[in-house]
Write a protein of this length. Structure first.
Length: 272
């Protein structure tokens, strides 16, 4: 996911990183994560403003703004509004999802007009698919780690409850440690999964194959995302038990595995 314009690449990568911190603050009310996320998002705002001014100054005529510049301006306005909301109203939920849309717009620009080449819709969709798969792989890795800790938690919880002390039990970390790492891995994987699906929807809309929005692979991806978000909110905000969260986390991961095995039944994309 690299173009010849390093400034635009930097915007995209920093944008994605800022959303990881914002999601952490949104769920865990982590003030430090919010400060880092706000700092990164402000830097993205500055980079977008510089790039936008540079593009407009190159032709000095606002009446001839290209689609690329309009979309970049739209993304910049979303970042501006989200920073204002974050600063004065502190509604992190709106900030995160508004910037998911902004990230999708930036990605569309990067592989469309921003790539420096005029791509056919199917070519643009293919490039966006590369981004989608890359983000999905990162999300899958983080959520796999979370699932492993969930399984370990359920195993250790059952052993301790039954008072069955073995060497394997002694070598495992404590329940608190496994709960913490399970939750943190989910905090990384869930926003990455969100960004991946945002790019996937952008790819579908760009190609004009709207029926793919009802594709079983696409639908199960959104089901898995909804399950992960619900589990995180339930675990942190509604005082759900860790045992139930660990079990629900494994169910969510099972839906992801089912999604991975549905390639033959899907028209969205498959593995060669």
């Amino acid at each position: 996911m690299v173009t010849q314009n390093w400034l635009y690449d930097a915007m995209l990568y920093i944008y994605a990183l800022s959303l990881l911190f914002y999601f952490s603050d949104f769920v865990d009310r982590n003030r430090r994560a919010k400060r880092v996320g706000t700092g990164l998002l402000t830097f993205v705002w500055v980079l977008q403003a510089v790039f936008l001014v540079q593009r407009i100054a190159s032709h000095l005529d606002m009446t001839f703004m290209s689609l690329f510049e309009y979309l970049l301006l739209f993304s910049w306005l979303l970042v501006t509004i989200s920073l204002v909301i974050s600063q004065f109203f502190r509604i992190e939920f709106i900030v995160f999802f508004a910037n998911v849309i902004g990230f999708a717009v930036l990605t569309l620009n990067l592989f469309g007009i921003g790539s420096g080449a005029s791509l056919a819709p199917w070519e643009l969709a293919r490039e966006l698919l590369v981004v989608h798969v890359s983000l999905m792989i990162c999300a899958f890795a983080a959520l796999t780690i979370s699932a492993i800790f969930s399984g370990m938690y359920l195993f250790l919880h059952g052993r301790l409850k039954g008072k069955r002390w073995t060497k394997s039990v002694q070598r495992l970390p404590s329940l608190d440690v496994m709960d913490r790492f399970m939750f943190r891995a989910s905090l990384i994987g869930t926003p990455l999964l969100t960004l991946s699906l945002a790019v996937a929807v952008t790819s579908i809309l760009t190609e004009g194959r709207y029926t793919l929005l009802l594709d079983p692979k696409v639908l199960t991806s959104f089901v898995a995302l909804a399950l992960y978000i619900a589990n995180i909110l339930r675990h942190r905000w509604f005082n759900g038990t860790v045992w139930n969260s660990a079990r629900f986390n494994l169910i969510s991961f099972g839906v992801l595995l089912l999604n991975l095995l549905m390639n033959k039944a899907s028209s969205f994309h498959g593995w060669s």
